[in-house]
Ligand binder design. Structure first.
Ligand SMILES: [Fe+2]
Ligand SMILES: [Fe+2]
Ligand SMILES: [Fe+2]
Ligand SMILES: [Fe+2]
Length: 326
């Protein structure tokens, strides 16, 4: 299993600063697009495994809970971080804020209002209410980021970076899909978007801390916490993300197998064809990690099916939890 330090991405972003997307000099545009697709998958795996861990804990399957939690950390603090580093995803604090303001405004004024309207058409008022609430929250995020940007651009002006608020996480309970039709799809898309926002903002927080912007780091962390602990969680409950432990393991195995045998191998071959050797090697290495994840989940499923703890696998693998914070 590969390990990269969180600081690798942070330092790269700090040094390169304002260079923007062109900073990944020489990287084929398709390699960059594939990397972003992979990062979305990693962020989603991270968030959904944390949700599965909650169910395992609730059912007394502590070993499975540990396995999901440790794997979630690998997805975010190893795979997602390494891919972000590859494409110089983290920019200056000001540019990170500009990019995020645009994203939040788009969610607040276009995406979630249209999802709410669709939910009303699909006769799913719970989803319409949720999307309306999300739109309001994203507008608040954009407003805070705008103030933070002014503070960062005008040091000494007296403008203070807002830190946002700590939002208590909503427990994700086992559920079945509450809506059908396009709204069911929109809920799934929302899960991916919120998981990505969470992972992205935690990276931005690391960069802000590394550059001495402690209030900005708190703002990123608090916003990231709301994206995952509230937005992803509330959406997960309506989407029916979490099932029983065996179902969750099966879903995870299918995802890992797809990444290990289809997605990452194809990304690695594309990168090799484009002479992006570092990307090709990274994708190949991650493909092997995903195969290990699939196999660990499969062994846990076997243990569970045999009536065991299901999490003996976590102990056998000898993994140690990694620290999520630098
Ligand atoms: Fe991964
Ligand atoms: Fe947001
Ligand atoms: Fe959100
Ligand atoms: Fe994985």
């Amino acid at each position: 299993m590969r390990r990269v330090t969180v600081m690798t991405a942070v330092v790269a972003g700090a040094v390169i600063g304002l260079a923007g997307p062109a900073q990944a000099a020489g990287l084929d545009p398709q390699t960059r697009r594939n990397t972003l697709t992979a990062m979305e998958g990693e962020a989603y795996a991270h968030a959904s495994y944390l949700a599965y861990a909650q169910e395992a804990e609730r059912t007394g399957q502590d070993g499975i809970a540990t396995l999901f939690r440790e794997t979630a950390e690998t997805e975010r603090y190893d795979h997602f971080a390494a891919e972000a580093d590859l494409i110089d995803f983290v920019h200056s604090n000001a540019d990170n804020l500009r990019e995020s303001i645009a994203g939040e405004e788009h969610e607040a004024t276009v995406v979630y209002p249209s999802y709410a309207e669709q939910a009303r058409l699909d006769d799913c008022p719970e989803a319409a209410d949720l999307f309306t609430e999300l739109a309001g929250d994203e507008a608040t995020h954009a407003a805070r980021f705008r103030v933070a940007l002014q503070a960062v651009l005008n040091p000494g002006s007296g403008i203070i970076v807002p830190v946002g608020e700590v939002v208590p996480p909503v427990p994700i309970v086992r559920s079945t899909p509450a809506c059908s039709g396009r709204t069911e799809d929109n809920l799934k898309t929302t899960l991916r978007g919120e998981a990505f926002a969470n992972a992205k903002y935690t990276l931005y927080a690391e960069h802000a801390r590394a550059t001495g912007q402690r209030r900005l780091a708190r703002l990123w962390d608090n916003t990231a916490g709301q994206e995952l602990g509230e937005h992803f969680a509330q959406t997960a409950i309506l989407a029916g993300l979490v099932g029983g432990d065996a179902d969750n393991l099966r879903t995870a195995i299918a995802g890992e197998e797809h990444e290990a045998t289809t997605m990452y191998p194809s990304f690695s071959r594309q990168a090799a064809t484009a002479d992006d050797d570092r990307a090709a090697a990274l994708f190949a290495e991650i493909a092997h990690d995903e195969a290990d994840h699939a196999s660990a989940f499969l062994r846990a499923l076997v243990d569970l099916s045999l009536g065991g703890s299901g999490g003996e696998e976590a102990k056998k693998s000898g993994r140690q939890p990694t620290s999520p914070k630098a």
